[in-house]
Ligand binder design. Sequence first.
Ligand code: DAL
Ligand code: ZN
Length: 336
Amino acid sequence: MSRNGCHDAARQGDNDRVAEPDAPQPRHARLTLTQRGVRVAIALGAAALAVGVAATITVGSAARPTADAPAGSSEPPTAAIPVATALPAPSQTAHVPASCDDPGVAAALAGGSDAEVIAAFGGVQAFRTAVVTGAPCVSLADPARVWVVVDKQRPLAPIDFAPGGLVAPEGVQRVEDVLLRPDAAAALAELVAAAASDGAGTIGLNSAYRSYASQQSTYRGYVRQLGREAADRQSARPGYSEHQTGLAADVTACDPACVALEAFGGTAQAQWVATNGWRFGYIVRYDEGRTAVTGYDAEPWHLRYLGTELAAAYHDGDFHTLEEFFGLPAAPDYAE
Ligand code: DAL
Ligand code: ZN
């Protein structure tokens, strides 16, 4: 068996699944900062001081939940993990970034796109600073927003959330008939084309959106094969998977046949994605050595769409988990 769904006996009989999921065992430019406009550049300087506070956060008891966070982890991590400190110096011309009281922010949140909300705050660093410092108007629990954070402490709300308008990424080889949110699909298509033109080979899509029911079936398969403890390090419980947002893509290397997910890590495609994914709005969500924060073993194939601005800030700040990026507590375990 392999984590490449087509050969996964654990999945046989999963009639309700939308996409073949991560299968159990074996184990498995575009924009630059300088192109993002004067407003962002100014905001970067203004935000630097406040973000510096976030840079001192260590995961665990010292971290604080934001207003919208579910009940915090009762179990601190085994080690403090440093977060990024590479931030620009305050600008002489910096202005104060917008807050939730700003009418422009309120208007963007009421009717604007995710990018418009970020712009209304004064750019991505100002937005992130607002989130890290607990801005009450930005919910990291909103599954329709590109900045949603789903982890073992933060289930989907509602638990059976399903995104609308899912599409197939154009020109991307798919192991199964899998779908993504339109913005994530368009970005993945660009990513795949860029990887090919850079000579990194063909990147295919193994799994993408999975419904609550599909994840239920996936998780049960892991538990059957590996037992609950090992399953919990590889598969999210239903209602706790990023795949349910339509923003997560499990990619694979296809030259010409697509390899199983557990073989992806050693490929040229994996190297390319880890280095360049952010340019297309994608981050590797479960990085090597971060199990104490994410609760999952490394998954170099599991890409999470954040949008180009947030992904660039994540990359530029040398972050390795979304929890650290947004100043959230580590989520190594479920609450119950
Ligand atoms: N494999 C990831 C953690 C998921 O099931 O969402
Ligand atoms: Zn995945």
